[in-house]
Design a protein around this ligand. Structure first.
Ligand code: PLP
Length: 352
């Protein structure tokens, strides 16, 4: 994985001088720290609300807890931020075919944006993809290729075919520009808190692109002299599929075996069920630099957190998205200072 760097002194000046295009409410307001000259033919991604959740804050012993509600993106997921960059870059390069591998949300996001732009969308989905997800891809008229195997197999197949056909890659762990879109979630959180940062930011972790990107965003704000510090990052994985937690703890991960795909070794939090995380180095480095942690939570705890988000937060989140609240209520509770502040990134809304 490559990393995109900027002239941070100049970018900081531009952002502080109101270089953020005030007429534009979406993520392209942060153009000085984006790898594109301007937005392409995209739906507006980002500019999602930061919703205060006082009932959940009380439960966690916090002064304030905020939900960064990414379900308010065009296709209902944080992944739209990366897709907006992918479509913009593809358009600038004159490419009209985009592809990705996905168990669900990334593919649906790409399919929606391609439908809107009139581009061709090729998605490689694992055999386990649910009928609901396939239905969404068909609604958006995507070219759906079901790969016999897991998400990891679909990923390998996507990169093989995509490279061969010279399609534009919307695989976040392959195309370094996409993380730049996701990092804008962090820039917005700081902006919405009056250019300050919370003590903790928690997000669910699959490949590691999302939390890694958020860490990069917060570090860049410090580098630009806009904020004084970075929050601690808390990453949540499902107990049944927790390779990054294992690596964070310094243990050697057990090699993925076919046995792991059955019985107790599966999770219903499909969006984070990644056995071979493609952006491991990035997320592990960002979590360590932030003095944060990666923790695992059982499906039952995630399901309880999903219900709590509805009952006490008013937000209908996808199951995987609730893993962060489960982490803060459980194994990552010690990261929360008494009377402190935290943000939970609600990465996706419920589709059904
Ligand atoms: C993709 C996804 C994640 C995890 O993102 P990674 O970049 O794979 O770590 C978390 N929650 C939801 C809902 C997602 O779709």
């Amino acid at each position: 994985m490559l990393d995109v760097l900027y002239d941070y002194k100049r970018a900081g000046q531009l952002l502080r001088a109101g270089g953020r295009d005030a007429a534009r409410r979406d993520l392209f307001r942060f153009l000085p720290v984006l790898p594109v000259a301007g937005p392409g033919p995209v739906m507006p991604a980002g500019a999602t609300p930061l919703v205060q959740a006082p009932r959940l804050a009380a439960r966690l012993g916090l002064r304030a807890l905020y939900l960064k509600d990414e379900s308010r993106n065009p296709t209902g997921v944080l992944k739209d931020r990366a897709t907006a960059i992918a479509v913009s870059m593809a358009a600038a390069m004159g490419r009209r075919d985009l592809y990705c591998a996905s168990a669900g949300n990334a593919a649906i996001s790409l399919a929606g944006f391609c439908a809107h732009a009139g581009f061709a969308c090729h998605v490689f989905v694992p055999a386990t993809a649910g009928p609901e997800q396939l239905a969404w891809l068909r609604r958006y008229t995507a070219d759906v290729r079901v790969v016999d195997g897991s998400y990891d197999d679909a990923y390998d197949e996507a990169e093989r075919v995509g490279l061969d056909r010279a399609w534009y890659s919307r695989n976040c762990a392959f195309n370094p520009y996409l993380v730049e879109g996701k990092k804008t979630a962090a820039l917005e959180i700081a902006e919405q808190l009056g250019w300050s940062v919370p003590d903790v930011v928690a997000a669910p972790v699959g490949d590691g692109c999302t939390l890694g990107a958020i860490g990069k965003g917060f570090r860049e704000l410090v580098e630009m002299g806009i904020t004084a510090r970075t929050p601690r990052l808390v990453g949540a994985q499902a107990a049944a599929v927790q390779p990054l937690v294992t690596r964070h703890l310094g243990q050697r991960p057990a090699p993925p075996s076919s046995k792991q795909t059955t019985g107790a070794q599966t999770t219903r939090a499909h969006s984070i069920a990644v056995r071979r995380p493609r952006n491991a180095l990035r997320v592990l480095a960002e979590v360590a630099a932030s003095e944060g942690t990666l923790v695992a939570v059982a499906d039952d705890r995630i399901a309880e957190a999903q219900v709590l988000l509805e009952r006490e937060g008013g937000i209908a989140a996808e199951l995987a998205s609730a893993a962060s609240l489960a982490a803060l209520l459980g194994p990552a509770a010690e990261m929360l200072p008494e009377g402190g502040t935290a943000v939970i990134v609600v990465t996706a809304g419920r589709r059904t």
